[in-house]
Design a protein around this ligand. Structure first.
Ligand code: ADP
Ligand code: ZN
Length: 629
């Protein structure tokens, strides 16, 4: 059987969006607001689309592009900063039978000319281009020619937050995109982003002049991601346990603070038999590109990276994102964890954090050359993240509330998929311990005339006669041993909280010694209570092991279906290599699992499997039957 031809002469058949979804992409239903957005844009409306990562933004412009091309309206230009990924995006469309191309600096002059000729002949449905390319006089002149013939159908501005300096990835070239509106008035424009905060959103509307466009704001909840934050003890060992218990053989990303740490952790994981690669800005461009390609193309690679890695990575089956060090703020945390589970299957966002993270982040802010006002904003954002880490209630509610979304507003709400909801932590009142720590910091300073670091202060409070305690005669202090009943872990928790709320500061210029602040007095006087969670790492780790949630479709397969699934995966790997594309562009795991489950005997049996459109059925149907036969 063969599907309808896709890029033949325009306007012979006008396919409704629902049919395009089914026949070309092989999906049965629209997700969330996709249908509304697609109807609006297909009809020629402007739109601003805010949807979390993995929400399905691509179809929101791809389907209108196909529908409008078939209605004789010409090409759609997709503007994206992600040059390194355009090849795969276009490859994915080709696999589905859609005519697409890209123009960017990776093409030779000759290749670029070939694309331009195809463009002029109206052979392309979607053209991907970088913003700096779109705004060149040469390219604009080509668009003029298309526009005059009524063959310029739609502009889709992807990663639209790049236009805003409030976003996390400001690109000045995006500012020049106003030319589209001015020069091609009447050509519909849509802007898409996964960045949620209100400041960025308002900036996009203003900078891209989308005041009159319809706004489609989705919930930013990612229900398939399980959030877990554990106390840092031996971070590397904790990470290893986490990966071995829950993600053996899975693809994942491990974020670390520094390049050096990236190298070390990648090495450690490799030594432990985990397929890990490093990625950071200090690596040679070729090595970085090669590692990224392997992450996308091979299966089960763990990328150990700094935040330089990840934007636009649309690998759907990243099963976990781990933070070995704390990020700077909740925006960063949410962006990074959002790279897990784009395919909607169960995934983990796991972070370790400890006192040292708090100290480091504070130091980076204090030592940055920025102005005091900016530093104040940064400290506020850090505090919000500490609040999330120390939280004893639902992490998801905290996250979404931070982004201004009303979520889980009832008093005892439980999302059912974060550590705190799955195994509520024991809470204890740390006010007494906090006061003891603060008065100890005060007494020590008074007696010795200098300040000390966290370890020594905790030793005194717990009444430990260390060498240093004896050396400075700190047994004689009235606070020596006043907190003998507390464990070191408890006191650490109290200190983190005190630093988080600003009742203690860490002097990074003087050996990270602890100092009191204005706010200390309020705690000492009992005006502020300190509520803490009991040591947090153990219960959640135990819990999550019991609850390991494998990708459902695959796990549910019977023994013989598992064998078919394995054979299909091996076959897919060969095809992907032949086509120089990532395996998931050929078929998602879920599609292979559905095929394995159905044990098809004929092409007819393959119909209606999600992710198997007409073109793929035609191209691969027979081979698939042979592989499972
Ligand atoms: P985003 O760009 O919003 O992060 P994508 O467009 O990459 O998300 O979509 C995420 C994944 O979901 C992709 O693998 C895509 O094929 C899949 N997807 C999108 N819409 C649907 C749908 N209606 N039905 C099934 N899968 C979908
Ligand atoms: Zn929860």
């Amino acid at each position: 059987m063969s599907g309808p031809p896709i890029n033949d002469s325009p306007s012979d058949t006008v396919l409704p969006p629902q049919s395009i979804l089914q026949e070309i992409f092989g999906y049965q239903q629209f997700r969330g607001p996709q249908q509304d957005i697609i109807d609006h844009v297909t009809a020629g409306g402007d739109a601003l689309v805010l949807m979390p990562t993995g929400g399905g933004k691509s179809l929101c412009y791809q389907i209108p592009a196909i529908a409008r091309q078939r209605a004789g309206k010409g090409i759609t230009v997709v503007i994206s900063p992600l040059i390194a990924l355009m090849h795969d995006q276009v490859g994915a469309l080709h696999e589905a039978g859609v005519e697409a191309a890209f123009l960017n600096s990776t093409l030779s002059g000759e290749e670029a000319s070939r694309v331009e000729r195809r463009l002029a002949r109206g052979e392309i449905t979607l053209l991907y281009a970088a913003p700096e390319r779109v705004t060149t006089p040469r390219f604009l002149a080509q668009l003029d020619a298309l526009h005059e013939r009524g063959q310029l159908s739609l502009f889709a501005i992807d990663e639209a937050h790049c236009v805003s300096q409030w976003g996390h990835d400001f690109r000045p070239e995006y500012r020049a995109l106003t030319v589209l509106h001015e020069r091609f008035a009447g050509v519909p424009r849509m802007a898409l982003t996964a960045t949620a905060d209100a400041l960025t959103r308002a900036d996009i509307v203003e900078r891209l002049q989308l005041e009159k466009s319809r706004q489609f704001v989705s919930s930013f909840d990612r229900p398939n991601i399980r959030y877990t934050i554990v106390e840092k003890k031996e971070a590397t060992a904790q990470l290893l346990r986490f990966i071995k218990r829950e993600h053996e053989g899975d693809a994942g990303i491990v974020y670390c603070q520094s390049r050096k740490r990236v190298e070390e952790i990648a090495q450690t994981l490799s030594n432990e038999g985990i397929n890990a690669l490093p990625y950071h800005a200090g690596l040679d461009t070729a090595v970085r590109q090669a590692n990224q390609d392997r992450f996308l193309r091979d299966e089960g690679i763990v990328m150990v990276a700094t935040i330089a890695f990840g934007m636009g990575i649309d690998k759907p089956d990243v099963r976990f994102v781990a933070h070995l060090d704390m990020p700077k703020n909740i925006e960063g945390y949410y962006q990074e964890t959002g790279r897990a589970g784009r395919d909607g299957n169960a995934s983990n966002a796991w972070m370790t954090y400890g006192l040292q993270d708090v100290v480091n982040q504070r130091r980076m802010i204090d030592e940055s050359p920025a102005g005091e006002e900016f530093k104040q904003v940064m400290r506020g954002k850090l505090e919000a993240l500490l609040g999330l880490a120390e939280a004893t209630d639902c992490r998801r509610v905290r996250l979404l509330t931070y982004f201004g979304e009303a979520f889980g507003q009832t008093p005892d709400f439980k999302c059912g998929n974060c550590d705190n909801c799955l195994s509520p932590p024991e809470i204890w009142d740390g006010t007494d311990a906090a006061r003891k720590l603060l008065s100890c910091i005060y007494r020590v300073q008074q007696q010795s005339g200098i300040s000390f670091g966290a370890g020594h202060i905790m030793d005194i409070v717990r009444g430990k006669r260390t060498e240093k305690v004896t050396q400075f005669n700190h047994e004689s202090l009235s606070t020596f041993g006043v907190g003998a009943e507390f464990s070191e872990a408890q006191l650490r928790g109290v200190l983190r909280q005190l630093i988080a709320i600003g009742a203690v500061t860490v002097n990074s210029q003087a050996f990270n010694t602890l100092q009191l602040t204005e706010l200390s007095r309020a705690v000492l006087k009992g005006e502020i209570t300190v509520r803490l969670r009991e040591s947090i790492s153990m219960p959640t780790e135990r819990k999550s092991r019991r609850d390991k949630a494998p990708a459902p479709a695959v796990a549910a397969l019977s023994g013989t279906a598992q064998a078919r699934f394995a054979a299909l995966k091996a076959w897919r790997g060969e095809v992907a290599r032949e086509h120089n594309l990532p395996a998931y562009v050929i078929f998602h795991d879920a599609t292979l699992a559905a095929i394995a489950e159905r044990a098809p005997q004929s092409l007819h049996d393959l119909q209606g499997i999600s992710g198997l459109g007409a073109k793929k059925l035609e191209a691969y149907g027979e081979e698939v039957l042979r592989v499972v036969g």
